[in-house]
Design a protein around this ligand. Structure first.
Ligand SMILES: CSC[C@H]1O[C@H](OP(=O)(O)O)[C@H](O)[C@@H]1O
Ligand SMILES: Nc1ncnc2[nH]cnc12
Length: 293
């Protein structure tokens, strides 16, 4: 059975009942915090607060590669990402939960790939959210009776400032539904690491586009987040229980766990041994099998 990784966003810095902190190799640098291990609903879990203890890290300073690499080293096969977000749609009111299925990446100041000179990789990202994990999260949201919506496009902005009105209106025209600062490159890196990924975006505010609402303010966001944290913990419990009950087929039906097959393009004799060593967890499965074109 695989391990469920939970990446906690703003307002979700810990989960009850978890035990020891884990430290391992850190070839991409230190993660936001030492992942905390435990069992929830009969399922092995590893919890990582994205912004570190006490919300120490702004979105641009999060080492997304180190976070995903650390979870991969722990045997994580599925990541449930929990995030606060702004709403770009009237019908997605603060307090609702959106099971995002698409992303637009507008971030500009982040390391976005494990690959690079000496080992070039191109994974598919047409469907960045795992449909199997998404189904489990959907069932849990329905079971918990939370106000939720299946499907939505999350626009990832650099931040840390919130959007101008003009930007917010532009993103609406682009068809984005919610906005946040963290799910990219997290989702891209999970795919490179062959980890199933799903995100639940908890709406904390109407973003700046809305003329009749107050402009986005941290105090309002923090208040909604506090209310949401309890629901987020129930959601984690429910998803963990479902995943634990899964008689896991060896393969993910959506193919997330085979994303690197055929994705490495650099000729074997041109590969950089130092980079290959850093990729031992993320890409070890295909590298050991002599993976390439
Ligand atoms: C504290 S409000 C802005 C902050 O909240 C979201 O973070 P996360 O996705 O980790 O919940 C948003 O992306 C910003 O980083
Ligand atoms: N309106 C907003 N824009 C970006 N990130 C957010 N996180 C919560 N609300 C947000």
């Amino acid at each position: 059975m695989g391990v469920l990784g939970i990446i906690g966003g703003s307002g979700l810095y810990d989960l009850p009942g978890l035990g020891e902190d884990w430290r391992g190799d850190e070839p991409f640098g230190p993660p936001s915090a030492a992942p905390r291990l435990g069992r929830i609903g009969g399922q092995d879990v590893a919890f990582l607060p994205r912004h570190g203890a006490g919300h120490r890290l702004p979105p641009s300073a999060i080492n997304y590669r180190a976070n995903i690499d650390a979870l991969k080293r722990l045997g994580v096969t599925d990541i449930l990402s929990i995030s606060a977000c702004g709403s770009l749609r009237e019908d997605l009111a603060p307090g609702s939960f959106v099971l995002v299925d698409q992303f637009i990446d507008r971030t500009i100041d982040r390391e976005k790939s494990f690959f690079g000179p000496g080992c070039v990789g191109h994974v598919g990202l047409a469907d960045p959210v795992c449909s199997r994990l998404g189904d489990m999260v959907a069932a849990s949201l329905a079971h918990l009776g939370l106000p939720w919506h299946r499907g939505g496009t999350y626009l990832a902005m650099e931040g840390p400032q919130f959007s101008t009105r003009a930007e917010s209106r532009l993103y609406r025209q682009w068809g984005a539904d919610v906005i946040g600062m963290t799910n990219m490159p997290e989702a891209k890196l999970a795919r490179e690491a062959e980890i199933c990924y799903a995100t639940v975006a908890m709406v904390t505010d109407y973003d700046s586009w809305h003329d009749e609402r107050e402009t986005v303010e941290l105090a309002q966001i923090l208040k909604v987040m506090q209310d949401n944290a309890r629901h987020a913990r129930s959601l984690v419990q429910s998803v963990a229980t479902r995943l634990g009950e899964l008689i896991r087929p060896e393969i993910c039906p959506a193919g997330c766990d085979r994303a690197l097959e055929g994705a490495l393009v650099t000729a074997v004799d041109q590969r950089d041994p130092a980079l290959l060593a850093r990729l031992d967890a993320v890409a070890g499965r295909v590298l050991r099998a002599g993976g390439g074109q």
